[in-house]
Write a protein that binds this ligand. Structure first.
Ligand code: SAM
Length: 219
């Protein structure tokens, strides 16, 4: 069990300043980033890196997302405290903890069993209560749909139809889509039973979304 000291809080305040300078505007999102001790996800030797605005390896060829990316995607979700949100790609659990600052109704699915087990242990240790699932989330988690918000934290080759179908009316899907090198952040809003709007934002670089509607199959 890690501790959160005054020094760490200072490092987070500095990180929030950086995110603000890069254009993150939502005070709620910035407060969530300021509240979550990202260094809990790092080995002691890498403490300094925990509050740099960078992605970092978490094993199994995967990464904990860059804080700016986490803040950007979370801001696009425009979360309300009553929202039910699905995260695809639990990874370390950091983005999930940020989501939990904004709504208690978080569902998160991870394809890699080692990371899934590790994240579950982490959530238990810190008494966090997202609904955790192991499996291919590239087609969502239909048995718990609909969701007010869906966030995909790995780069997809396209927008899986099944994901937009699992949105509630008025719901939002935030997903990076592109090739394996670079992806554009998309926000899809379900405005009616069969109506959707699509907005495009800047480029990001994610690890690939695997599975049926992703790039390839694993596990
Ligand atoms: N949200 C994570 C965090 O805060 O640490 C970052 C996740 S990392 C950039 C992307 C994650 O997506 C990896 O853990 C990877 O195993 C997972 N992933 C890839 N394809 C997936 C799929 N089809 N279903 C669920 N998870 C998937």
């Amino acid at each position: 069990m890690e501790v959160d000291l005054y020094r760490h809080k200072g490092m987070r305040r500095a990180l929030v300043k950086v995110l603000r300078a890069k254009g993150i505007r939502s005070e709620q999102v910035l407060a969530a980033i300021e509240a979550v001790p990202r260094h809990f996800f790092f080995e002691k030797a890498f403490l300094e890196q925990a509050y740099e605005d960078k992605a970092f390896p978490i094993g199994e060829g995967q990464t904990i997302s860059q804080p700016y990316t986490v803040a950007f995607q979370t801001e696009l979700l425009n979360l309300r405290p009553t929202d039910k949100v699905l995260e695809i790609g639990t990874g370390s659990g950091y983005q999930c903890w940020v989501l939990l600052q904004l709504t208690p109704h978080v569902y998160t699915i991870e394809f890699n069993r080692v990371l899934y087990e590790k994240a579950r242990r982490f959530f238990r240790m810190y008494q966090l209560n997202p609904h955790t699932f192991h499996g291919d989330g590239s087609e969502g988690l239909p048995r718990h749909a609909p969701y007010d918000k869906i966030i995909v934290t790995a780069g997809a080759p396209g927008v899986p139809r099944s994901l937009v179908r699992q949105l509630a009316i008025g719901g939002i899907l935030v997903i990076p889509v592109g090739d394996e090198k670079l992806q554009k952040m998309l926000r899809i809003t379900r405005t009616g039973e069969n109506d959707f709007t699509k907005e495009e934002f800047s480029d990001f670089k994610f690890v690939p979304l695997l599975g049926k509607s992703g790039w390839e199959t694993t596990d």
